[in-house]
Write a protein that binds this ligand. Structure first.
Ligand code: UDP
Length: 341
């Protein structure tokens, strides 16, 4: 068991954050969730202590650190849509950069010296080569990626000046859900491929828009590296242990190292669900590179991390289980409300 026992999980009510809280509790850590619930869900927090608040609110943040005694912080809070970041850069620099700076300064004031930070493959921009390793040039194409890169650069400065050690984990495409079906992906609005394809399978949407089938890939659709959310969280646990054991900051890319096209994902959804998924071919989505695939050897070698669910069928299967449970409970709630009306 690690010596880092008490972890503050900022954004712990969101998709990845809630799976992280589960993983921390299962590994014997204490978890405190700090979330403003703007995108997260209170019922996604499976345990630990919950404080509702916003990183922009310096008074609440100060009280949080004064009341708790945290050994480490994980930051999952932030805005996550590339297209929105182009339309509303101020929102992204405020939520993802300025608010993270508030967090870093509070950590320094309260002598909390370990941070695991949710970074992204979007810091790299258009791939110069594949798979993308840690030496790949970082030339983000949008405010979302630029903001995440700015935080990585701030973290290097905070390490030099204050000894704040950080692990920057560059996520490729987080997907899947808790294999026990308790938590999963619930974005509003949903923009991600797998949950949208599952909504089509459930009959909640008529068809799936495929953003371009004329890319230079074998079937013409974009290729992405889908990584199971539980595997992602296990990598965070390893990163936390590495900070403690080595006392050194690190930055690694996190993916499966395997790419799947949009059509391959849709085929997996059809196979897992047994339902039709009608497609509508649409124009390309601006800013989508044809292929994004991680070279995750550094994470494997430095952290001893091995993904448990590399199989696309498992990733889609767990997401489907969660989506079906959610759909059933919504239908039950509707019929209860209907009968009591
Ligand atoms: N995509 C699609 N239709 C959708 C959503 C996504 O064709 O309704 C494609 C998108 O263009 C990208 C891939 O699926 O090539 C994964 O997109 P997602 O938004 O899930 O993640 P991103 O790669 O943008 O982080």
């Amino acid at each position: 068991m690690s010596g880092l026992r008490s972890v503050l999980v900022v954004g712990g009510a969101g998709y990845i954050g809630s799976h992280m809280v589960k993983a921390l509790l299962e590994a014997g850590y204490e978890a405190t969730v700090f979330d403003n619930l703007s995108a997260g869900h209170r019922d996604a927090i499976l345990g630990g202590h919950f404080v509702q608040g916003d990183l922009a609110d310096l008074g609440t943040l100060e009280a949080l650190f004064a009341a708790g005694s945290f050994d480490a912080v994980m930051n999952f809070a932030g805005s996550i849509q590339v297209g929105e970041s182009v339309r509303k850069p101020g929102l992204y620099y405020r939520n993802n950069v300025a608010n993270t700076l508030n967090l870093l300064e509070a950590m320094v004031r309260h002598d909390v010296r370990h941070l695991v930070f949710s970074s992204t493959a979007a810091i790299f921009g258009e791939p110069a080569y594949l798979p993308i390793d840690e030496a790949h040039p970082a030339q983000p194409l949008n405010p979302y990626g630029r903001g995440k890169l700015m935080v990585e650069q701030m973290l290097a400065d905070f390490d030099r000046a204050h000894g704040l050690k950080s692990a920057c984990l560059r996520y490729f495409n987080a997907a899947g859900a808790d294999p026990a079906g308790r938590i999963g992906e619930r974005h509003e609005p949903e923009t991600h491929l797998i949950p949208i394809a599952l909504e089509v399978a459930l009959g909640k949407r008529r068809e799936l828009s495929v953003y371009g089938d004329d890319y230079d890939t074998p079937d013409g659709t974009c290729i992405r590296d889908y990584i199971h959310v539980d595997d992602l969280c296990q990598a965070h646990l390893r990163a936390l242990e590495s900070l403690r054991n080595t006392g050194r900051s690190l930055a690694v890319n996190l993916g499966n190292g395997q790419g799947f096209s949009v059509r391959q994902v849709v085929d997996a959804v059809r196979e897992v669900t047994g339902h039709a998924v009608p497609l509508r071919i649409e124009p390309r989505r601006p800013g989508d590179p044809a292929r994004l695939i991680a070279d995750s050897r550094a994470a494997r070698q430095q952290l001893g991390w091995v993904p448990r669910y590399p199989d696309l069928g498992d990733i889609v299967g767990h997401a489907w289980q969660f989506a079906s449970i959610q759909a059933r409970s919504r239908a039950e709630n509707r019929s209860k409300t209907g009968s009591s009306a």
